[in-house]
Ligand binder design. Structure first.
Ligand SMILES: [Zn+2]
Length: 136
C-alpha cells in the first residue's frame, strides 16, 4: 500500500504549508498510510477510523477511498507531530494517564477518550487547518 499522504491532502484541498507549520510534520516525509489490521479493527469496534503509530497512519480499509480521508489524515498528522515532539513513551504515558484518569472519575469510554488533552489538541488543530485551507 503506497498511498501518499501529500497527494490525499492535495486532493482534499488541504494546505500542506499549514500542516507543516501547525503539526510540525511534512506530509511527504516518510509517512505511510496502511490499512488497519483486523485485530485493531476489532478493538475499534467501528467507533474509530484511523490511528497514528510512529511514521504510519493505520486506516480502516473502507475509509481509504472515501471523501473524508483527507480530514481524517489531518487529525492523525497532528498526532504524528505529538509523537515526534514527545517521543513514544511520553506520548503513550500521557495519553493513557489522561484516559484512565477520566475513566476512574466515572466517564464512559467515548467521553473519556474525547477529553484526552492530546485528542482535544488534535481536533482543534485539525479544525483550524481545515478552516484556513478552505478560507485562506
Ligand atoms: Zn485522535
Amino acid at each position: 500500500m503506497s498511498v501518499r499522504v501529500g497527494a490525499v491532502l492535495a486532493s482534499a484541498g488541504v494546505d500542506a504549508g499549514l500542516v507543516r507549520s501547525m503539526c510540525g510534520v511534512d506530509p511527504d516525509d516518510r509517512i505511510r498510510i496502511v490499512p488497519a489490521p483486523r485485530w485493531l479493527r476489532l478493538l475499534w469496534r467501528g467507533r474509530f477510523a484511523a490511528m497514528a503509530l510512529g511514521g504510519r497512519i493505520l486506516v480502516r480499509p473502507d475509509v481509504l477511498g472515501s471523501a473524508t480521508l483527507g480530514e481524517l489524515l489531518v487529525h492523525e498528522l497532528v498526532h504524528v507531530g505529538q509523537w515526534r515532539r514527545m517521543g513514544f513513551v511520553r506520548f503513550l504515558a500521557a495519553y493513557l494517564r489522561s484516559y484512565l484518569g477520566f475513566r476512574v472519575r466515572g466517564l464512559a469510554h467515548l467521553e473519556a477518550y474525547r477529553r484526552i488533552p492530546l485528542e482535544v489538541e488534535a481536533r482543534e488543530t485539525a479544525r483550524l487547518i481545515l478552516d484556513r485551507s478552505r478560507h485562506p
